[in-house]
Design a protein around this ligand. Sequence first.
Ligand code: SF4
Ligand code: SF4
Length: 84
Amino acid sequence: MAFVIAEPCIDTKDGQCVEVCPVDCIQSLKTANQYFINPEVCIDCGSCLPQCPVSAIFEESTLPAEWKEFSEINAAFFRSGVSC
Ligand code: SF4
Ligand code: SF4
């Protein structure tokens, strides 16, 4: 289980969550429209969750039904060659 960044991050992408992650597993690219959490590295500490001004971060099991696909979207970003 890991934390997941969902739809509200899109085009907000202010990076506030990145600064508090103790394992540096929240990443993005200039060309991407949101940040992503690496599920292989996230330690489920929850520190990022209260940082987000648009409530885009969820523990995976609490993702709203309409955003379930963001679990795979976050994981796929890191499979594409980006490393933590
Ligand atoms: S839950 Fe903790 S380890 Fe996981 S992304 Fe958020 S701050 Fe990083
Ligand atoms: S704090 Fe929220 S909106 Fe900002 S980059 Fe992180 S998940 Fe996206």
